[in-house]
Design a binder for this molecule. Structure first.
Ligand code: NAD
Length: 396
């Protein structure tokens, strides 16, 4: 292979345009170039061909033609979520490296097939979990792994700063529909936080109860507010709150253990606070004579390297991994964990907050989703591409 990775983009909408125009075409990522683009909407193809303005790039309306063109070493999957596993599987079968945007798919059943296919081939498969490149969350994971918090007890993430308007929901016919998107805030905005939560806590989820509100703030059929109670293994409890109808929202992660807690509030100051107990609180509780003790706490802002390179770092690392120069940062197969948790949250929500246990009954979930898809209403939209995506990424 040459020293430059030849990329094919599949799905030339908002996100695909951002990666090709602002990241790859601008030379932000070295050793990468766009050689082919596919979109099944000819108007989108025309639009991106004018933006990229490069005669060497070939354009396709059918992604299979792009994959068979011999023009690409790797693809970026930037279509609506239902297509992610299907396109990834076809690419992997042709030994084409895959960078799939989040979420890995709509159901863990489909994502499982994609993971199984990836094991059969000697090509790289990664997910666009760009928020894993934020030094704050990398540090949080490090602190948990080092045992700084002792035995983990509780994790709370309030992520309600995903404010979205009717204009946003009208911008695509697939958005916020059961049939073409497969969910609402949980599937569109929250894959990042659900992935980070599972990545940092690094424990299996045993069960979840979710209270979801459908079209509470917007004229949509899917959830735009969700509150979940999560039971992890080893007695760790979790609360996850999200909304696209709250302003100003909150992006606050708190993780507590017997030796202390960490707090990251990205709306306040984007720093990581570590509160360390002078000793393990539950050990102390067993031996102390005091009824209402206040242990001494060492509170500090933990230094990080301050980096937060996001999407460009995932594409850079993927490129260098393909060229054999680096290890892949995100194993694509991990995308299934976040999808399974999200599916459990949807299922519990549909059942009015009933407890759903994991591993999820994937076939049952898929059947329930089909029922929702059948009741889905067609949406009229001009499928416009939105300007200034930078405001859409939330607080990193
Ligand atoms: N990582 C992030 O920060 C981030 C941010 C936003 C969106 N995303 C993800 O990117 C993906 C795309 O989102 P978007 O906002 O760009 O959507 P979009 O609607 O703007 O773009 C999707 C494009 O895919 C095209 N398309 C649909 N089906 C296709 C098919 N079968 N073959 C080829 N093209 C097809 C559509 O015509 C459209 O142009 C979603 O999965 C979304 O979750 C990721």
């Amino acid at each position: 292979m040459s020293k430059v990775v030849r990329y094919g983009l599949i799905g030339a909408g908002n996100q695909g345009t951002y990666y090709t125009k602002d990241i790859i075409n601008n030379g932000v990522v070295k050793n990468a170039k766009i050689t082919a683009v596919c979109d099944n909407n000819p108007a989108k193809l025309k639009r991106i061909s004018e933006i990229l303005n490069n005669d060497e790039i070939k354009y396709f309306e059918n992604y299979i033609d792009l994959l068979d063109s011999n023009l690409v070493d790797a693809i970026l999957i930037e279509t609506p979520h239902y297509f992610h596993p299907e396109i990834a599987i076809e690419a992997l079968k042709r030994n084409i490296h895959v960078l799939c945007d989040k979420p890995a798919g709509v159901t863990s059943l489909e994502v499982r097939k994609m993971n199984e296919e990836s094991l059969k081939h000697n090509c790289l498969f990664t997910m666009m979990f760009n928020q894993r490149t934020n030094s704050l969350y990398k540090k949080a994971k490090e602190l948990v792994e080092e045992g700084k918090l002792g035995k983990l007890q509780r994790v709370t993430w309030i992520i309600t700063d995903w404010f979205r308007t009717e204009k946003y929901y009208k911008s695509g016919d697939w958005r916020a529909t059961w049939d073409k998107e497969g969910g609402g805030v949980l599937i569109n905005q929250c894959p990042h936080q659900l992935d980070l939560l599972l990545w940092i806590v690094n424990k299996n989820v045993k069960s979840v109860r979710s209270f979801n509100e459908y079209g509470k703030f917007h004229n949509i059929e899917v959830e735009d507010e969700s509150t979940s109670i999560i039971e992890f293994e080893d007695g760790v409890t979790g609360v996850f709150v999200t909304s696209t109808g709250e302003f100003p929202g909150t992006n606050r992660l708190e993780i507590s253990g017997t030796k202390g807690k960490i707090l990251i509030d990205s709306n306040l100051d984007s720093k990581i606070y570590l509160f360390e107990n002078e000793q393990d609180s539950l050990e102390y509780s067993k031996v102390t004579d005091e009824a209402f003790p206040k242990l001494k706490i060492n509170k500090q802002i933990v230094e990080t390297d301050g980096t937060n390179p996001q999407h460009k770092e995932i594409i850079r690392n993927f490129t260098e991994a393909i060229l054999g120069n680096e290890k892949l940062y995100v194993d694509g197969k991990e995308g299934i964990k976040q999808v399974e948790l999200m599916n459990a949250m949807e299922l519990s929500g549909w059942k009015g907050g009933e407890k759903v246990t994991l591993p999820l009954n994937e076939v049952y979930y898929t059947k329930q989703l089909i029922l929702h898809r059948l009741s889905s209403k067609d949406k009229k939209s001009n499928n416009e591409v939105l300007d200034d995506l930078s405001k859409s990424f939330g607080t990193y």
